[in-house]
Design a protein around this ligand. Structure first.
Ligand code: TXA
Ligand code: MG
Length: 399
């Protein structure tokens, strides 16, 4: 079905909450969110801003509505969805009867909800459709902090399932216009709440293991350092602080890696239409000889298929990195740089990464180069996405 897609403006600052009930002062914003909520309740999909990325929402507890998310995005049916709630009471309606939330989860919820943290819970299969959980025994839930997202869920008065609002495999949208460009004609309403503050998706956590440790399946908006410091602060005195284990860094699991339930593992992810190369500028492992910058630049023509003519190259790098000046002095190419913010503040790199990939793609570059950043704080999530977006990684040496 073809839709005529409308973008409805919302002013997040006009929305406030008193114990999970939204008060919306701007009439335009109220009407926009009411229209969104009506669409949701009519089993349609609606794109809306969250603090992480734009989401493509539909009723979570209705299998037909949820299936529209998969058809709109072209998402593989075995990739489960995150269910978004606007209150603790709504969370409780999703959980199996008699289930008690663990002390660790209670702490994480108190500190990080509403916010960019997704927690796995045991699912209630009589309530949550199997299309949401991909038949897993768990359901992923988060309470977004973006006022428009929370108000939409509250007005729809129902949990909303929402993956990022992009065609499967593409970078996640951080602005309403990214969604429109990608999904125009495939849904009726896009709520525009301005650019997303976090810029990368939520951190997905499995804290259901018997050892009590928490496993980060996907690094995201809440950093590992923040999780560790909150758990230490709250549980340090008890002498029993759960470990925060990061998938692939601290633990591996063959079963998880084969399963589509591990975020971004099985399917191609975050890739723009053009090739992406990750440039490593840290010291290489002993068995790798770094490529001199000059040699690398000379190789670029061969890396782009059918590029006899002039190449336009996109470069994503920290604002205070010396690399762009080094590169752009090469007049063989037309350069378009997109600064990722200061090296010292990876939260800006997180905010700008997807925007940069989508902006350079739209600008018609032939190739995108991304300089690595340190895998610390938000840098862990940034590099997780960059590694999945890049078809190739190259260690650069001096010129
Ligand atoms: O920030 C976000 O989380 C955004 C916004 C819109 O809220 N949503 C988002 O959804 O990133 P999506 O579908 O793009 O990513 C959700 C990830 C999936 O890769 C999936 O593998 C994982 O969460 N997931 C969902 N349910 C799961 C489950 N039961 N077990 C393990 N992983 C699960
Ligand atoms: Mg996604």
């Amino acid at each position: 079905m073809a839709y005529s897609t409308e973008i409805l403006q919302c002013d997040p600052s006009s929305i406030s909450f008193t114990s999970c009930i939204p008060e919306i002062k701007s009439v335009t914003t109220l009407e926009a969110i009411q229209r969104g909520a009506k669409q949701i309740n009519e089993c349609q999909t609606v794109a809306f801003p969250t603090e992480t990325v734009y989401g493509l929402g539909a009723l979570a507890l209705d299998a037909v509505a949820a299936s529209r998310i998969f058809s709109t995005k072209g998402r593989p049916p075995d990739n489960p969805l995150i269910v978004h709630v606007s209150s603790d009471a709504m969370l409780n309606t999703l959980l199996p009867e008699g289930y008690t939330i663990s002390r660790t989860y209670e702490i994480l919820i108190r500190h990080f909800w509403p916010g960019p943290l997704t927690l796995l819970f045991p699912t209630n299969p009589t309530l949550v459709p199997s299309i949401i959980t991909a038949n897993q025994p768990t359901v992923a839930v988060r309470m977004p902090s973006h006022p428009v997202a929370r108000a939409l869920i509250a007005l729809a008065d129902a949990p909303i399932a929402a993956p990022s609002a992009n065609s499967s495999g593409r970078p996640s949208p951080t602005r309403a216009e990214h969604v429109f460009k990608d999904l125009d004609g495939k849904l009726g309403v896009i709520l525009d709440g301005g650019p997303c503050g976090v810029g990368l998706e939520s951190t997905v956590i499995d804290g259901l293991h018997a050892d009590g440790n928490i496993r980060v399946l996907r690094p995201g908006g809440v950093t590992v350092e923040d999780l560790e410091s909150v758990l230490q602060r709250e549980l340090g005195d008890s002498g029993d602080v759960p470990k925060v284990l990061v998938h692939r860094r601290d633990f591996r699991d063959e079963a998880i890696e084969q399963a589509p339930t591990t975020p971004g593992m099985k399917y191609r992810h975050y890739s723009p239409a053009v090739p992406v190369i990750l440039l490593r500028t840290s010291s290489p492992p002993s068995d790798v000889t770094p490529t001199p910058i000059k040699t690398f630049l000379e190789s670029l023509h061969n890396r782009v298929q059918g590029s006899e003519g002039h190449l336009k190259i996109g470069l994503l790098a920290p604002s205070d990195s010396p690399l762009p000046t080094n590169f752009t002095s090469s007049s063989d190419f037309e350069w378009q740089t997109f600064p990722l913010g200061p090296i010292a503040d990876p939260s800006i790199s997180a905010q700008r990464l997807f925007d940069g990939l989508l902006t350079l793609d739209a600008a018609g570059v032939d190739l995108i180069l991304i300089e690595e950043i340190k895998e610390e704080r938000e840098g862990l999530a940034v590099m997780n996405r960059v590694n999945k977006a890049a078809g190739e990684a190259i260690w650069l040496g001096p010129s």
